[in-house]
Design a protein around this ligand. Structure first.
Ligand code: NAD
Length: 370
């Protein structure tokens, strides 16, 4: 492990709503500990997003917050959303802050790794023999497609009937950049990419498939396959071990990555990274979980594993990321579980104590191995 770096990284921390502040507090403790271990200087800058930002600034993402994150090397986010915000206009909803952040930072590739950790095999709703070798990465295009396409909205037909529409649209350059991202990530893994579309029905998918196929020769060592989205949904629960990297558009990626997430047992285990042209963002996949907020019950491991992704992708410190992942695995092997991870004979702990367990394991792993 390289332990002598003298760089300073600026990280904007956006705890958000619900369990966001609890899991982020734990994530920051791990971030600071591992940064110190690798001699990385950190400058942490806290700000608000979501309902917390509505209360402070009157909007779910203030302009000054967007300026701040654009000047950061990385952003750590908890979660947004809550019942108190639900009656508000869409523009004032916490989720609108998240969409504005993705667009404002041009976070075009959302990475969701799904790996089954051996101690959690029984937590998956699928049979252990089906999920045991799952180790895949969904790369979802995040700032294009039907979620952002125009025209959109509701209108009346000439006959006076109400209708609503959204537009699925991708340009060649939008597809090229996410395809290159997926191929380069595959180079660091098992060198296999499956591109998912609906090219038997949709024009936009035909273009998607053409462009991905055209970019492929830039990465001759990577094997490329194509799947229709309906077949991919089936293959993910039939034989998930066949996948290495899945690359797909915004809508299909949203649905498939949630489906893939279930394989790991609890949403509280799943980290994510969103990479773009204006920085990168790291956040757990789960939401603000208002049902358990403020009770020290939330599983912080998804946030801690998102911090591992930050070390890898934002700071270029793979060894630091691996150290955190190893410590999480060790804490689970010791039998520690938060209440979302049901297991016989488990040692149940709360959010803070689970953070302590991981920090304890980090302290036990020596620089040149456990
Ligand atoms: P959720 O992920 O917040 O919760 C779903 C279920 O999983 C709940 O039972 C919750 O208690 C549990 N859960 C979630 N995270 C957990 C954790 N770390 N540890 C233990 N249990 C955990 O999804 P939801 O209930 O559909 O949404 C709640 C709010 O979060 C909504 O306002 C929604 O819009 C928002 N949301 C935000 C994001 C985000 O910030 N990226 C993502 C999804 C949902």
């Amino acid at each position: 492990m390289s332990e002598n770096r003298n760089e300073e990284f600026r990280v904007t921390v956006l705890p958000g709503d619900g369990i966001g502040p609890e899991v982020v507090e734990t994530g920051v403790r791990v971030l600071e500990e591992v940064a110190q271990r690798f001699s990385v200087a950190l400058c942490l800058d806290y700000d608000d997003i979501g309902w917390a930002a509505v209360k402070r600034y009157g909007v779910p993402l203030a302009d000054e917050t967007l300026d701040r994150v654009r000047k950061s090397d990385a952003v750590l986010l908890g979660a947004v959303g809550g019942a108190e915000a639900e009656s508000k206009d869409f523009a004032l909803r916490p989720e609108a802050g998240l969409l504005a952040l993705r667009k404002g930072m041009d976070l075009y590739a959302n990475l969701r790794p799904v790996r089954i950790l051996a101690p959690l095999l029984d937590a998956s709703p699928l049979k252990p023999e089906i999920v045991k070798d799952t180790d895949l990465l969904v790369v979802r295009e995040l700032v294009g497609g039907i979620y952002f396409g125009e025209p959109r909205g509701r209108e009346r037909t000439e006959q006076g009937e109400e209708r609503a529409l959204n537009t699925m649209v991708y340009t060649v350059s939008q597809i090229e950049r996410v395809a290159r991202m997926a191929f380069s990530l595959a180079m660091e893994r098992r060198k296999r990419v499956v591109s998912v579309d609906k090219a038997n029905v949709l024009d936009v998918s035909l273009l998607w498939r053409e462009v991905v196929t055209r970019i492929h020769p830039e990465f001759p060592e990577v094997e490329l396959g194509h799947l229709y989205v309906d077949n991919c949904a089936m293959q993910l629960i039939r034989a998930p071990e066949q996948f290495d990297v899945i690359v797909t558009g915004n809508l299909f990626g949203d649905i498939l990555s949630d489906e893939a997430a279930v394989l790991a047992g609890s949403i509280g285990m799943l980290p994510s990274a969103s990479l773009g042209t204006q920085g990168s963002l790291y956040e757990p996949v789960h939401g603000s979980a208002p049902d358990i907020a403020g009770q020290d019950k939330a599983n912080p491991l998804a946030t801690i594993l998102s911090v591992a992704m930050m070390f890898r992708y934002a700071f270029g410190l793979k060894e630091a990321g691996a150290l955190i992942e190893q410590a999480v695995l060790a804490a689970l092997e010791q039998g520690f579980r938060t209440s979302d991870l049901r297991a016989e004979g488990a040692r149940f702990v709360g959010t803070k104590a689970m953070g302590d367990c991981v920090l304890d394991q980090i302290g036990r792993i020596r620089p040149d191995g456990p």
